[in-house]
Design a binder for this molecule. Structure first.
Ligand SMILES: *[C@@H]1O[C@H](CO)[C@@H](O)[C@H](O)[C@H]1NC(C)=O
Ligand SMILES: *[C@@H]1O[C@H](CO)[C@@H](O)[C@H](O)[C@H]1NC(C)=O
Ligand SMILES: *[C@@H]1O[C@H](CO)[C@@H](O)[C@H](O)[C@H]1NC(C)=O
Ligand SMILES: *[C@@H]1O[C@H](CO)[C@@H](O)[C@H](O)[C@H]1NC(C)=O
Ligand SMILES: *[C@@H]1O[C@H](CO)[C@@H](O)[C@H](O)[C@H]1NC(C)=O
Length: 407
């Protein structure tokens, strides 16, 4: 019996060695060396990139698509899986989108679809060249906006690591994550002017197990926005600003939205933004649920509304203002939040009278107003549970009346 038993483990060891060796040697698919790409800033990278991806994706051993240093023009690309083995993209170059928004017929520029065991890294830059789009993107110009591309989309991606990538001047959202499972976005840089409309840094929806770590986001809209169906998410070590802060929502605008639950946001620094830690839902309209949202260890520098629950979210005044929000908020905490606010209303909880916020906790808050008046805290339809040092004193200010109209 004994010899047989020995063979099995040693074969197992050999198999493990074989697997780890094949992980190390991944086949390289260099878009310039093998697929005719030119780093001249004007030859379209689209076909070489897609050809390299298709070959890499068909490979039965792990593969790496390489985009070497240099500047490339990319009209658009749709990179689809499933692939036969793990696949990586090493982006070292700067990839530029056409600046003219009319070059886009649908809202995609770089899109990953149905990929598993994926990694992207390399220090490269995705430059959306958005300045012309920003000028034309007004509320009235909806038709125009609906065709603006997101810089990078990850749709139906599983087990992925995105590291050391820059997204710059996207025409719309920078990074959009949809129907994801287990993905880490780490050491990203996102930069767009503070006046650029709808340029959210990272937006996600219907995703589970997303981590956003150690990233720097400067933009014209939410640094991170979390849409319906997002679960078990960790956001930490983010610097945000300028921009609109880190937001859950908006929710309640559309029918059949799935709950948002289990989001931990910690160790972040938010500077010069219109909002800091925010949850926003539309009045009237549709139901939904938000629970287990925990903001902890956050520094606010000159943030207009550092702590905000807004269940009367109504940008451009386009909503049923006289109705109450049907989205239920529960088990929400704000702990160890310190710094300064640009407006006196440092803590503002506007909850719905038809479903008041349940179990909202405030602990160790110290926010000073950058101005002559002291900071205040306003509450509507909520009784926060409090502990530790609290400045301003929770719910000591006047009851908020007017719905806020900030985006
Ligand atoms: C999550 O994805 C990472 C990166 O691809 C992978 O190493 C890890 O094993 C995955 N975790 C699970 C639970 O699948
Ligand atoms: C907080 O974030 C900073 C960088 O932003 C990092 O150096 C530090 O280790 C983090 N602390 C914790 C407790 O995670
Ligand atoms: C905040 O914005 C103001 C005005 O735009 C600017 O002067 C200031 O340097 C910014 N503060 C920080 C800390 O970035
Ligand atoms: C604070 O923010 C306000 C409004 O965004 C801005 O006007 C002001 O310059 C900022 N102050 C500092 C000290 O950064
Ligand atoms: C809120 O927390 C309480 C106590 O921890 C728990 O019983 C309840 O199920 C939670 N509610 C939601 C909606 O997660």
């Amino acid at each position: 019996m004994a010899p047989h038993l020995n063979i099995v483990p040693s074969m197992f060891v050999l198999l493990l060695l074989f697997i780890s060796a094949s992980k190390v040697q991944s086949d390289v698919f260099d878009v310039v060396a093998k697929f005719g790409a030119k780093a001249d800033g004007k030859t379209d990278l689209s076909k070489p990139f897609l050809d390299a991806w298709k070959e890499a994706c068909a490979s039965v051993t792990p593969s790496t698509v390489v985009i070497p240093k240099g500047t490339y023009l990319l009209s658009k690309v749709n990179l689809e899986g499933p692939c036969k083995a793990p696949i990586e993209i090493n982006v070292q170059g700067t990839i530029q989108a056409p600046a003219d928004p009319s070059a886009f017929k649908d809202p995609n520029w770089v899109r990953f679809y149905s990929v598993e065991n994926f990694k992207m890294f390399g220090g490269g830059i995705f430059d959306g060249q958005g300045s012309i789009a920003y000028e034309k993107n007004t509320y009235e110009n909806r038709e125009f906006r609906s065709k603006l591309p997101v810089n990078i989309r990850f749709d139906f991606v599983t087990n992925a690591l995105i590291q050391d990538i820059t997204s710059k001047d996207s025409k719309l959202f920078h990074i959009n994550v949809f129907a994801y499972k287990n993905i880490t976005l780490e050491r990203l840089k996102i930069e767009a002017p503070d006046e650029s409309p709808n340029t959210d840094g990272i937006h996600m929806g219907k995703s589970e197990g997303v981590n956003i770590i150690a990233s720097d986001i400067k933009t014209g809209d939410d640094c991170i926005s979390i849409g319906d169906g997002t679960k078990n998410m960790v956001i930490k070590e983010i610097t945000c600003g300028p921009g609109h802060g880190i937001s859950i929502g908006s929710l309640g605008k559309f029918q059949n939205e799935e709950p948002v639950e289990g989001i931990k946001i910690s160790n972040c620094t938010i500077t010069n933004t219109s909002n800091g830690a925010r949850i926003k839902t539309w009045p009237g309209e549709h139901g939904g649920a938000v629970s287990e949202i925990h903001f902890e260890d956050i520094t606010m520098n000159n943030v207009s509304s550092p702590i905000l629950i807004d269940q009367q979210y109504c940008p451009w005044n386009k909503c049923k203002k006289n109705e109450e929000s049907k989205v239920k908020l529960s088990n929400i905490s704000f702990k160890n939040i310190r710094g300064t606010s640009a407006l006196p209303e440092a803590i503002k909880f506007i909850c719905s009278s038809s479903s008041p916020c349940q179990n909202v906790e405030l602990a160790d808050i110290d926010i000073k107003h950058n101005g002559a008046e002291p900071a205040t805290s306003q509450c509507l339809n909520v009784k926060p549970i409090t502990s530790g040092k609290l400045n301003p004193i929770p719910c000591s200010g006047p009851v908020p009346k007017t719905p806020s109209a900030t985006a």
